[in-house]
Design a protein around this ligand. Structure first.
Ligand SMILES: C[S@@+](CC[C@H](N)C(=O)[O-])C[C@H]1O[C@@H](n2cnc3c(N)ncnc32)[C@H](O)[C@@H]1O
Length: 231
């Protein structure tokens, strides 16, 4: 009622009030913004949406064992003594299970939902945050959930502070990561990712290689791995 009155008044004065879209289309990428009525970041809403999405899809596993075996082999060739890895946004924890199997080292998964502790080697944790003991201490990070970040620049910088110099961060990217929406707030084509990463890294890390996944689900056009190296 009040909303309509304000809208009509504005119209009579020659203005049109239109609702701001929650998706900003920026230079080559998109961000869905969680905003409260006063325009500030609505973290509670972000958490709630991610947790609801996690529970709705709790039976699903996206990661493919064959791809993790391939990445484990790549990691072994680049890092002779792998001791500790982190996987971010892991739902049922299969990626840490597979990396443990193929690398024989300690691998921990983070998951924002309160379902986390139902799964082995998984902690309930928002991957935008860093545990002090992780800083400069992680040989590799893997994630297929980077598109769930509400602030990809801050998020990747947080992950890369954990990766030790010479260590790697592997981001899985498919064409389904290109569009932003409420559940996946960051969207970008793979072609703009190296540029974004260069902009965000300020010389501390960079994309070293782009690898094709050996296998991909039939519903995606491409599946690639951005290999990011910490200097
Ligand atoms: C696309 S699913 C991928 C699940 C899993 N990696 C797989 O391959 O099956 C993304 C997962 O990331 C979790 N997630 C979203 N935002 C997160 C955050 N900020 N920190 C940790 N986990 C998050 C979601 O709850 C969800 O379970």
């Amino acid at each position: 009622m009040l909303r309509r009155m304000v809208k009509n008044l504005a119209k009579r004065l020659g203005y049109d009030i239109i609702q701001r879209s929650p998706v900003d289309r920026l230079g080559g990428y998109e961000m869905y913004h969680y905003r409260k009525a006063d325009g500030t970041f609505d973290y509670e809403k972000y958490r709630e949406v991610q947790t609801e999405g996690n529970k709705r899809k709790i039976e699903n596993v996206w990661v493919l064992e064959e791809n993790i075996a391939f990445l484990a082999d790549y990691i072994k060739r680049r890092i002779p003594e792998v001791k500790f890895g982190l996987c971010h946004g892991t739902r049922r924890g299969k990626e840490q299970e597979y990396f443990r199997k193929y690398l024989g080292c300690d691998v921990l998964g983070t998951e924002i939902s309160d379902t986390a502790e139902q799964f082995p080697d998984t902690i309930q944790w928002d991957f935008h945050e860093v545990k002090p003991e992780w800083i400069d201490a992680v040989d590799f990070i893997y994630s297929n959930a980077f598109d769930h970040s509400y602030d990809p620049r801050a998020c990747l910088n947080a992950w890369m502070r954990c990766v030790r110099p010479g260590g790697l961060c592997i981001l899985e990217h498919t064409n389904s990561h290109a569009r932003a929406n409420q559940l996946d707030p960051f969207g970008a084509e793979v072609s703009v990712m190296p540029y974004l990463i260069l902009t965000w890294s300020e010389g501390k890390f960079s994309v070293r290689e782009l690898l094709d996944a050996p296998v991909k689900p039939s519903n995606v056009e491409y599946m690639q791995y951005l290999i990011i190296e910490r200097f």
